[in-house]
Design a protein around this ligand. Structure first.
Ligand code: NDP
Length: 246
């Protein structure tokens, strides 16, 4: 299975891959792993100090020099995404991979307590931002020989669950968006797939389950076979599939 996938050391050589939420958690590990396998990574996130730490770690490990894009998906405009796409096109000539990983949990509460502001912010960061970013970047991805677009969902993006509120709704929307895009493009240009990471040792998980022992959970590193598989050319025939990373 894809969980046992063993990525060649040079799997992502010559690939330019953008990771959102690259400063922490699963996105941070994905950036490190993609760089370790030869990719030039573009680190996007809202906390610049965290992105710089990942940048330094990649350089110290001998990886290709990354790029940093400081951007808060909550406030970013369509123009911000268009400008970002133009810069990537100018600097790299194409984009081979886009991992939509950034996300917010929102407030867990009974449905009747969902606050309009919280709902709006969750949809903005988890859905509208990625939508505008994808619109802007698809033409740049089509300049790559084989491009991979990956969205991040959740178990509550496939089955609604009590008290998961805005987050659950936003992950259903994410899956819907991925399916729409997957159906519009041919795998020879851009393939679109979804990853459900499953319970993973990050700050988001401990916010949702404060009483849980994090040591019992898989780490972001444990998930990397699936992430590497989807970014490399071994997955070029896969489209419109939801992968469980565990
Ligand atoms: P973390 O909270 O550890 O990391 C999320 C990253 O996204 C952070 O780097 C964060 O930046 C960034 N981010 C959040 N909001 C914004 C924003 N407005 N603009 C830009 N960047 C932002 O989460 P995980 O690593 O756990 O989660 C990664 C993905 O996996 C998410 O989409 C999550 O929904 C999904 N997931 C996680 C599971 C788990 O068990 N951990 C289970 C199922 C799904 P900053 O560092 O500045 O806060």
């Amino acid at each position: 299975t894809v969980h046992d996938y063993q990525a060649r050391p040079d799997l992502l050589k010559d690939k330019v891959i953008l990771i959102t939420g690259a400063g922490d958690g699963i996105g941070r590990q994905a950036a490190l792993s993609f760089a370790e396998h030869g990719a030039t990574v573009i680190l996007l996130g809202r906390t610049v100090a965290k992105l710089e730490a990942v940048y330094d770690e990649i350089e110290q490990a001998g990886g290709a020099t990354p790029a940093i894009i400081p951007l808060d998906l909550k406030g970013a405009s369509k123009q911000n995404y268009q400008d970002m796409a133009a810069t990537i096109k100018e600097q790299f000539g194409r984009l081979d991979g886009l991992l939509h990983n950034a996300g917010i949990l929102s407030i867990l509460s009974p449905f009747t307590h969902i606050e309009e502001d919280d709902f709006r912010d969750s949809l903005q960061v988890n859905v509208t931002g990625p939508m505008l970013m994808t619109q802007a970047l698809l033409p740049v991805m089509q300049l790559a020989p084989q491009a991979s677009l990956v969205f991040t969902s959740s178990g509550v993006g496939r089955n609604g669950r009590a008290y998961w509120g805005s987050y659950s709704v936003s992950k259903f929307a994410t899956e819907g968006m991925a399916q729409v895009i997957a159906d519009e493009y041919d795998t020879t240009t851009v393939r679109t797939n979804v990853i459900n990471p499953g319970a993973t040792r990050t700050s988001m998980r401990s916010k949702a389950y404060p009483a849980e022992d994090p040591k019992q959970l898989k780490t972001p590193l444990d998930l990397m076979p699936t992430y590497l598989y989807l970014m490399g050319d071994d997955s070029t025939k896969d489209n419109n599939i939801c992968f469980d990373a565990q």
